[in-house]
Write a protein that binds this ligand. Structure first.
Ligand code: NDP
Length: 408
């Protein structure tokens, strides 16, 4: 029998976690899991490059296991999972690996969690259909997949569930706003994996209104927003994956959009890179070698995990929600601000990796402690937001709710 999502009060329960991916986000999640030994009894960090796992492990105050794995090879993954016996696999590799890791979880009967939805390597297109197709098989296997447990998607989905549960009787519109007001001191660098970042930013914009999706040209629609702790910034409409699940799960919704800010330097560099063909994802022949220009560009750009030192300023990400409360129109902004330098002091990471890595740890904690429990494939907003919201404050991502009177 299929069981839907269930949220329980947190019970004391320990567990074993296998984290795949030793990049900027993986490094934060491993460090934060290591700080909660009463839940994360055993941690294994596995990635394509063993030396990166070992370098992260060397920074910890407790011993964890490290391993080399090619997460595109399901048999290798199954071998590692059988050997390490985790209760949960946390996928912090790239979206290309999602389905392979889900297949390995199905074969071994182990829960799954990720922070980004599946993308095929050869098409710059992302949607949840590929992962939703696993729902029945996960349900029959009696395991759960928790999708998108980063910040956006992730915390933004939980903010919406919290607004639905505590702040509104009806929700009509949601605008998710994401600002990195920080400065890493480099002319051009991306704050998470460059290949995934550039594919996302150069895609067409998309938003949902009156029951339909509407498409806009890439980076063509702009609005101004006054971000707490940062100030007014121009932001740009984009498509982002959490829109797809929130449309299904937030009742009565009439419109939902996603906005992100970009610096002038970033946009100018991106335009030039696009114009000269360096963001192409098709293979080209160069002196007898086949190369994918965007992958080559990634090799030249700074590693996002290396950006932490000297990074100043803050991020602010949140949800502007409009609707009705007690028969009257209501508007609230639920948000977090995060300081790059304070993240670096704590885990030697910048705030974009931190704001993704901490929610991945919290999602893992709620699954391992059976606070969030289900059989099948689930999104964050399908569970009780309260334990997650409490854990955000406890583990370094405090949030605020404020009345909001502007317009977007
Ligand atoms: P990085 O590129 O820094 O790290 C990715 C890691 O995965 C690297 O260690 C890489 O290995 C490893 N990896 C890649 N391919 C394989 C493979 N086939 N087998 C094993 N390991 C592999 O990325 P980030 O840490 O910046 O991002 C991690 C994930 O987080 C991405 O999916 C990204 O989209 C997502 N994200 C989600 C956000 C959210 O808010 N929801 C925000 C930011 C990021 P190697 O070191 O050898 O290259």
């Amino acid at each position: 029998m299929e069981r839907g999502p269930i949220s329980f009060a947190r019970v004391r329960c320990m567990g074993r976690v296998l984290i795949i991916g030793a990049g900027g986000v993986g490094s934060v999640t491993v460090q934060k899991c290591a700080m909660v030994p009463d839940v994360f009894e055993h941690i294994c960090l596995a990635s394509r490059t063993l030396a990166k796992c070992d370098a992260i492990a060397a920074r910890l105050k407790r011993t964890i296991r490290t391993a080399q794995v090619d997460a595109d090879d399901v048999d290798q993954l199954v071998g590692l999972i059988r050997d390490d016996r985790p209760d949960l696999v946390v996928n912090l590799a790239l979206p290309y690996q999602d389905l392979h890791i889900m297949d390995a979880c199905l074969r071994t009967g182990v829960h799954y969690l990720d922070t980004a939805n599946y993308e095929p390597p050869d098409v710059a297109h992302f949607e949840y259909a590929w992962q939703w197709a696993y729902h029945d098989r996960f349900s029959q296997a009696g395991i759960m997949a928790l999708l998108g447990s980063g910040f956006d998607p992730g915390v933004t989905n939980v903010f919406c569930a919290y607004a639905q549960k505590h702040l509104f009787d009806e929700i009509h519109t949601i605008d998710i706003v994401d600002c990195n007001g920080g400065d890493h001191g480099l002319p051009f660098a991306t704050n998470f994996n460059p290949e995934i970042n550039i594919r996302e930013v150069t895609a067409k914009g998309r938003y949902w209104e009156s029951g339909q999706w509407h498409e806009t040209e890439p980076l063509s629609v702009h609005r101004s927003f006054d971000f707490p702790g940062i100030g007014p910034r121009q932001m740009t409409l984009m498509y982002h994956e959490e829109l797809e699940s929130l449309v299904k799960h937030i009742k009565g919704l009439k419109r939902i959009r996603f906005w992100m800010t970009f610096g002038e330097e970033y946009l100018t560099h991106l335009r030039v890179l696009q114009n000269v063909g360096l963001t192409r994802i098709d293979a080209v022949e160069y002196e007898g070698h086949t190369i994918v220009p965007l992958q080559f560009l990634k090799a030249l750009l700074p590693d996002p995990a290396s950006l932490g030192e000297g990074y100043t300023g803050r991020t602010c990400i949140g949800c502007v929600v409009e609707g009705v409360r007690d028969g009257k129109p209501a508007r609230r902004f639920i948000y977090n601000t995060c300081d790059h330098a304070r993240c670096y002091e704590q885990v030697e990471a910048q705030a974009v990796a931190y704001t993704t890595g901490v929610p991945a740890m919290i999602g893992a904690m709620l699954v391992l402690t059976k606070t969030w429990l289900g059989e099948g494939v689930f999104h964050m907003e399908q569970f009780d937001p309260d334990p997650f919201m409490g854990a955000l404050k406890e583990h370094g991502l405090p949030w605020e709710v404020m009345p909001w009177n502007g317009s977007i």
